[in-house]
Structure formats: C-alpha cells, structure tokens
Write a protein that binds this ligand. Structure first.
Ligand code: ATP
Ligand code: MG
Length: 422
C-alpha cells in the first residue's frame, strides 16, 4: 500500500475499464471517418489567455474551474478545461483557413476542471470533441448534432434526448437581456445569491440555474428564441428543417444557454436519464465569435464535446456491448531451465502469429502455473515437460474440457490457431 494517493477528483482507469474506453474511442474514430472529420492531437496546456478572455469572462469555467499555474519561465499556463478554444487556436495558427471550408476536426483526451467531485463529475475527465470551423451553414449544425446521435446509436445507447436552443448573437442578445432584466427586477431579492450576482453581469445564466426558487421565477421569463434577429431566426429555422429532414428527434429547451459572449445561435445537449444530476452526455453549439475573441479573424464554428466517463457510465447502466474484451489465449507451462527456455521460444512464436500468449515469470511450480493460467482465463495451456521435450512435442490442454493432446512442437502454433478458430 502506498500512502500517497491520487489527487481528489481524479480516477485511475484500470484494465477492467480501459478496454471499454478503447471501444468507445474506436467507434468515435469510425464515425469521424464516415462524417469526414480528421483527428488532431492538441496540447494539454495552453497560454491562460486562450481560456480567460476580456469579454464575458463570467462562466463557471473561467471564474473558478481552471487549473492555472506559472511555469519556470514565468508564463501563466492553464490545463485545458475544454477543447473548442484550442481547436480554433490551432486552426488560426496553422492557417487552416487556406483549406476547403469548413475544416472538420476531432480529438479525444483529458480535460481539467476544478469542480466538486461527484458521480459523473471529475477534475480530470476525458472528452471526445468534434468541431467544424469555417462555415455558417445551419446544415453544419445539423451534421454536428447528427454525428453525436450516430455515435451514441452505434454505441447502443438508448433513451437519449436531444435538446436544442438558439442563444442568438450580439445583434439580438442585448434586446433579450434588457427584457430579461426588467422581467427579473421585481424578483431580484428572491433569487439565489449566485443569480443575484448574475443579474447585472450575466442574466442569461439565471435561466439555467438549478435552484427551485430561481426556476419557478424564470418559468415564464422571456426566452432567447422570441428575440432572435432575422439572421439568427433564419438560421434556427434551417437547423430545425435539417434535423426534421434527417428524422432526428429533438425538443426545444429555452433554459439551455451559454455563459460566454462568443457563443452564438445553436446550443444543444444530449441527455441521458441514466446519469442522474449530471445528465448531459454531450454539449455543443455554435461559437461564431470565438476566433475573434482570441485575436483571429472572424471565423464561424460549431461543435460538441462528449464526456467519455458519462458515455461509459450510461452504456454500463444500459447493458450495452463494448465488443470483445481482450483476453489471453494461451498460457505456456514449463518447469526447469531447459524447458523454460523452450517455453519462452514457443510463447514468442505464438505472439508473432498474433495469438495472445503468456508464461510464468515467478518460478512457480507446475501446479501453481496451471492455477495462474486458470486465473488468467487462458482457454488453452501448452505444457512443455521433460517427456514432451525429449520427444520434440508439446502437450496442448483444453482448459474447458480438460482434454489434452500431444502434437509435434513445430505444429503447436498452427494446431492452437485451428483450435481457437473453432
Ligand atoms: P455540466 O453541466 O454537466 O457541468 P458542462 O456544460 O460544464 O456540463 P461542457 O463544458 O459542455 O459541459 O462539456 C461537455 C461534456 O463534457 C458534458 O456534457 C459532460 O458529458 C462532460 N463533462 C463536463 N464536465 C465534466 C466533469 N467535471 N466530469 C466529467 N465529465 C464532464
Ligand atoms: Mg460544468
């Protein structure tokens, strides 16, 4: 036992779980290929300014969730809390505006947020992130939503709800903000302290407060959709028409909003009843003003991020298949120096032939080795005893039936391959 434990809010993903992750990641890469999204690997830390920007610095992430530190060169760096900003940074920095638009990218990896750990909420967690940068077309929003739904469909997840909204743009938002503030004004003292604080700097976020009193007050509050400018309205209509054309079910949630100014138009989430309070499997939408916010030229974009832990959690609770669990196929048993050297060679032949093989490395007795083979779940055991070696043979034992046959040593690999194929 070690006395140093992993930090609060992080988890070790052990072999019993990691193969499930690999299945989700493989499926994601297949869906990415079918939708023509290409994989990128981006830095885990970025300059702090990328995430903490001048305008609208008022969401939870920016306010209190970031892991920020100073490196030895005195630079302020931040462990990425999300991928969209890095994606847009990489797009701008690598002049991807020169490529056919939109540029479609995806990535998977750990994100870091200083949050209160609970079920489905960690301080280091993985996201699958898909972004389409360089087009305003509402059909790209449709594609992004369809991609996430298709991913979840291939993973066998059921009972998911797609909720959409439009948060408008800098043209329509001020009008809505004013209407919302005058609606809320008479109730200001009844709002929770966080929302009282939000009233002036970010009233939109009051709409998604989980506090029951705040929710009751905002039940009939002005929604963003009623205040959309003609352009945003047309975009929202295009989004709905595209989703309808694909037969994708959705509902409109007026409370689905975003805290930062650079988020525009489409906001969406996919929810799973299995997850309890942390019910969002993925969240996404449009961020047409993000590129400008980080100092680049105006570049529209849309995307989503899905939490890998929450996907796996939902799949486990729904009894979804993760494909075939990797398993050991052959265990080679031998006692004694000469026999062990032959066993080492035979094991290597199995491995080169693509058959998963292992042997004892702890000087265990014959019986103890058989026991280990059994514990490891090897369906076949190859025995190289003194007798077998003298005859140039190997005994092959079927662990399920207990049957044992002797074959010439050089026929061991093809024999086992045939047996495994049965
Ligand atoms: P939530 O409301 O659950 O905090 P969010 O709006 O902060 O979600 P996004 O920033 O949109 O989430 O991230 C996209 C997805 O990443 C979420 O839908 C969720 O699946 C996952 N996610 C977000 N924060 C965490 C976390 N702390 N631990 C595990 N998964 C997370
Ligand atoms: Mg959050």
């Amino acid at each position: 036992m070690v006395s140093i434990k992993a930090p609060r809010g992080v988890r070790d993903i052990l072999p019993e779980e990691s193969w499930k992750w690999a299945f989700v990641l493989k499926t994601a890469s297949e869906v990415a290929q079918d939708f023509n999204y290409r994989e990128v690997h981006l830095p885990i830390f970025e300059q702090t300014e990328l995430f903490a920007r001048g305008v609208g610095d008022t969401t939870d992430i920016v306010e209190k969730e970031m892991y920020t530190f100073e490196d030895r060169g005195g630079r302020s760096l931040t462990l990425r809390p999300e991928l969209s900003a890095s994606m847009v940074r990489a797009y701008l920095e690598n002049r991807m505006d020169q490529r056919p638009q939109p540029v479609k990218l995806w990535s998977a990896g750990p994100m870091f947020r200083y949050e209160r750990p609970q079920k489905g909420r960690y301080r280091q967690f993985w996201q699958l992130d898909f972004e389409a940068i360089g087009s305003q077309d509402p059909y790209v929003d449709v594609e992004v939503i369809a991609l996430s739904v298709e991913l979840f469909r291939r993973l066998g997840m059921k009972g998911l709800d797609v909720v959409i909204n439009s948060v408008g743009c800098p043209m329509c938002r001020p009008v809505h903000k004013e209407a919302l503030q005058s609606f809320l004004k008479p109730h200001l003292s009844e709002l929770c302290p966080t929302c009282q604080d939000r009233y002036n700097r970010n009233p939109l976020r009051i709409l998604d407060c989980k506090n029951p009193t705040c929710r009751a007050i905002t039940d009939n509050a002005p929604d963003t959709i009623s205040y959309l400018c003609p352009e945003c309205k047309e975009h929202f209509e295009g989004l709905k028409a595209g989703l309808d054309a694909l037969g994708l079910h959705y509902s409109i949630d007026n409370r689905l909003v975003r805290g930062l100014d650079y988020y525009t138009k489409t906001a969406y989430e996919v929810l799973s009843g299995e997850l309890g309070a942390q019910n969002a499997v993925c969240g996404g939408g449009r961020y047409d003003n993000l590129a400008e916010a980080i100092g680049g030229k105006h570049t529209p974009g849309v995307g989503f991020a899905a939490g890998l832990e929450r996907i796996v959690l939902t799949m486990e609770q729904q009894g979804c298949s993760f494909g075939k669990e990797p398993a050991l196929e052959v265990f080679v048993v031998a006692v004694g120096d000469i026999e062990r050297k032959e066993a080492l060679k035979l094991m290597h032949e199995f491995r080169k032939a693509g058959i998963s093989a292992d042997m004892d490395f702890n000087g265990k007795s014959f019986r103890a080795q058989l026991k280990v083979a059994n514990q490891m779940g090897a369906p076949i055991v190859c025995i190289l005893g003194e007798e077998e070696l003298k005859a140039g043979k190997v005994s092959i034992k079927d662990m399920e039936t207990g049957q044992q046959v002797e074959v010439p040593l050089e026929e061991g690999v093809p024999f086992v391959r045939t047996k495994l194929g049965e």
